[in-house]
Design a protein. Structure first.
Length: 242
């Protein structure tokens, strides 16, 4: 049968079958970008930031790319607050973008510290005090925003990890729910690049009927299936819920 549904059921009835917006102030008659368009914008901004930071560290820019970074962080914060409105595929993509951005931010922060410490000269007396005062003024004018973004990323990771679940007592009479579970499975496999070898709807329906019967025969009235993404792989799990 197509698809990877050959895993054994253990004593716990477990099946592993996957073995401030930057747009604020826009006029009311302006066409607002879609979620996918804004996710595309975040992806472009991250690529742009990478190039601009490389220019900054290489001496081609006098200051870090604060404007681009502000726009990126604003969109990330915005969708961190709206993850419940996103589809499974959009949440998965947002989570990947947020994680990528957090990794780059950590790298840029470390390289910025190295750049600043490596370029400092020792000063004494009044000159030292004046230099330190100027550095303190610049730091106050440009406060770091990394911590809030990292917190947003952590929340996004937790929300993106939420699995889609559906319970069945008689899959033969719950075909609509079986189809919803199947669509979530295919959607998740597409996002992780595991679309090849995916089962047909007919084969999946047969699988759910068979496994539900097997688990109910062990004792129980309903079987709960969940689709999740763990370590970049799609997992389909089942357990007796009642």
């Amino acid at each position: 049968m197509p698809g990877d549904f050959s895993c054994d059921i253990d004593t716990k009835a477990y099946i592993d079958a996957g073995c401030g917006s930057p747009y604020a102030g826009i006029a009311a008659d302006t066409i607002m970008p879609t979620v996918d368009e804004e996710l595309n914008q975040i992806e472009r901004d991250i690529r742009t930031l990478k190039i601009e930071y490389e220019q900054y560290f290489g001496g081609g820019r006098a200051r870090p790319p604060a404007d681009t970074q502000w726009r990126t962080e604003s969109l990330l914060r915005r969708y961190n607050e709206r993850t419940a409105e996103l589809s499974f595929a959009q949440r998965f993509r947002y989570n990947n973008l947020a994680q990528t951005y957090a990794k780059y931010v950590d790298m840029w922060r470390k390289k910025t510290l190295q750049k600043e410490s490596g370029g400092q000269q020792r000063h004494f007396g009044a000159a030292a005090k004046a230099i330190e005062a100027e550095r303190a003024r610049q730091a106050a004018a440009n406060p770091p925003v990394v911590a809030s973004v990292e917190r947003a990323v952590a929340v996004a990771e937790r929300k993106a990890a939420e699995a889609f679940a559906a319970s069945f007592s008689d899959p033969e009479r719950e075909k609509e729910k079986v189809q919803q579970l199947y669509e979530r499975l295919i959607e998740a496999r597409t996002e992780t690049g595991e679309k090849a070898g995916a089962p047909s709807l007919k084969d999946f329906q047969s699988f759910v009927r068979k496994k539900t019967k097997e688990l109910k025969d062990k004792g129980g009235q309903e079987v709960e299936y969940t689709v999740s993404i763990e370590s970049g792989r799609v997992k389909l799990k089942a357990r007796v819920s009642k």
